[in-house]
Every structure is written in structure tokens, then in C-alpha cells.
Ligand binder design. Structure first.
Ligand code: CP
Length: 308
């Protein structure tokens, strides 16, 4: 396979396993590029990309911008908080005005599930979903699987537990799709109130006991508790959550094996994971961030090669 089967990256569920393999092989090349003294390639000199973020971001926004600059694309970035969206302009009007400036590709984060797909049906540009509500965050799913492949040699056959706030997490869904497509076994663990009922229909087992889940897995992906998406209390207190579902060094040391610790960030230190664990040799959290640039370079490069 030499090109992607899709013209947009809206979610992992729209990809084929071969698409993911192609993205990973392309990311391997770009990872080597970004570790050279000269980190830039001229691949996308004639491409203009707009990053439009209607929700806050640190890692994803900076990682996309860096990936685009490393590929020599022209980049414009737009934050809804400082834009005419605040004066009532619609999403399609906003994007069509940006496209009138001859933009080829749009990277968008939005609080509504399906916003990226909606945009792809209404505007003439390649769309990359940088997170749509609690739906998907496909580049995060890709960079997480890429980081497992890098650390453990392969994703196929590995056991991965995703811990915490599955209900509000776009990272969880994209990880589940990507990991299963690549042949990993996936369990989720967390308070019953934060595990969506549909999760078992995706072929994912629920393990309510964190210690049992950690003893089973090769990789634990500790998700952030998304307080900003919670309108009611899903657990009695942050302290109780940390006691039952937080990972600390005592729990890690009590396991009879070594496991890989992941977190998509931003971390609530002392809630889902302690600083001692986040900063330990078991953690690949900063490798995930580094790999995010290479994976996003690969996605942008492969989608740009499909532009007419
Ligand atoms: N992992 C992630 O999406 O982080 P940001 O919200 O900082 O982009």
C-alpha cells in the first residue's frame, strides 16, 4: 500500500490496518528526520494548512504546528477564543473564509462529536480531526500505538489496559480502535460510572480492580479525569478516586512484572498517576510527545499527497 484509503483523518474507525502500517512506516522515516541536526524537509513547500482550535490544547496544537513547519508547509493558526466565532460566526462560514485564503488542509479541534466529519462534508479541503468532543482523537490513538510498537517491538499480541475516565475520553475510543486493528487485546478499568455501557460491544473487557488489571497488562494507559466535561459527580471525591484508580510507586512495585506506563496528558499529578510514576523509567509519556510530531508529519504528508 503506497497511499491512504481515506482523504481525511476523521477517526481511526474509518481506517484500514494497512493505513496504520503505512502511517507508522512513514513516521519511522520522519522520526529519523527530526533527530537530524537539520530537522526540516521541503516536502510540503506548496501546501497551506490552517489549525483551528475551538478547545484548549497544548500538546496537539504545538505538535501539529511543529510537524507542519518541519515539512515546510505554510501554517496559519486560529484560536476560537480570539476570533469572530465570539461574534456569532458559524463553523462553516469561519472555515470557508479561511479556505478563501487558499488553504489546502484544516486541522480542527472542536467540542462537538462529529464536527470534523460535518466539516469534511461541507468544505473543499482535507480535514484532520484533532479531537471532537468525547468521540475520537485519531492522531493521539496513532501516536500511542506507535509508542507501544517502538517500546515493545510490536502492538500485535500485547495486552493494554486503559484506566480511568473512559466515558468522556476521545483518547480511549481512538486507542481501542487502533489497538484492536493492530491485534492487541484491550481492557478498561475505572469507576463503574465512568465506563460507558457500549464498551463491551467493542470487544473490550471491563476489569474493575486496578491491581488485577495491572497484573494482566503489558501497557497501562492512565487517562486524565476530564473534570471539565462532568456536569455531575461521577465519584465521591478526588482523594477516593486516587486511592482506587490512581497509580503510585507502591502499587507499581507490588506487581510481579514490568509494565509500560502511558498518559496522553495533561496529567493531574497525584490523581490518576503520581509524579514518581510519571517521571519513572517505566513511563513513556515524553516519548509519546516526541512520537506525536513524527506521526503527525506522516499523516499530513500522506493526506497532502492525495490532494488534487
Ligand atoms: N493529549 C492531548 O490531546 O493534549 P492537549 O489537550 O494538550 O492537546
Amino acid at each position: 500500500m503506497s497511499e491512504l484509503s481515506v482523504n481525511h483523518l476523521l477517526g481511526i474507525k474509518y481506517l484500514q490496518p494497512e493505513d496504520i502500517q503505512l502511517i507508522f512506516e512513514t513516521a519511522d522515516h520522519f522520526k529519523e528526520v527530526i533527530n537530524r541536526p537539520i530537522k526540516k524537509v521541503p516536502s510540503l513547500r506548496d501546501i497551506t494548512i490552517a489549525n483551528i482550535f475551538f478547545e484548549n490544547s497544548t500538546r496537539t496544537k504545538l505538535s501539529f504546528e511543529l510537524a507542519q513547519k518541519r515539512l515546510s508547509a505554510d501554517v496559519i493558526s486560529f484560536s476560537a477564543a480570539q476570533s469572530s466565532v465570539k461574534k456569532g460566526e458559524t463553523l462553516i462560514d469561519t472555515v470557508n473564509n479561511i479556505l478563501a485564503m487558499k488553504v489546502d488542509m484544516v486541522v480542527m479541534r472542536h467540542s462537538y462529536a462529529g464536527a470534523a466529519e460535518f466539516l469534511s462534508q461541507h468544505v473543499k479541503a482535507s480535514i484532520i480531526n484533532a479531537g471532537d468532543g468525547a468521540h475520537e482523537h485519531p492522531t493521539q490513538g496513532l501516536l500511542d500505538s506507535y509508542s507501544i510498537r517502538e517500546k515493545l517491538g510490536d502492538v500485535a499480541g500485547k495486552k493494554v489496559v486503559i484506566v480511568g475516565d473512559i466515558l468522556h475520553s476521545r483518547v480511549a475510543l481512538s486507542n481501542i480502535y487502533a489497538l484492536q486493528m493492530l491485534g492487541a487485546e484491550v481492557k478498561v478499568c475505572g469507576p463503574k460510572t465512568l465506563i460507558p455501557k457500549y464498551v463491551e460491544s467493542l470487544g473490550v473487557q471491563v476489569e474493575p480492580d486496578l491491581k488485577k488489571a495491572l497484573q494482566w497488562c503489558d501497557v497501562a494507559n492512565m487517562l486524565r479525569v476530564q473534570n471539565e466535561r462532568m456536569e455531575v459527580n461521577y465519584f465521591p471525591s478526588t482523594r477516593e478516586y486516587a486511592q482506587r484508580y490512581g497509580l503510585d510507586k507502591t502499587l507499581l512495585d507490588s506487581l510481579e512484572k514490568e509494565i509500560v506506563i502511558m498518559h496522553p496528558g495533561p496529567i493531574n499529578r497525584g490523581v490518576e498517576i503520581t509524579s514518581e510514576v510519571a517521571d519513572s523509567a517505566h513511563s513513556v509519556i515524553l516519548d509519546q510527545v516526541e512520537n506525536g510530531v513524527a506521526v503527525r508529519m506522516a499523516v499530513i504528508y500522506l493526506l497532502a499527497s492525495k490532494l488534487q
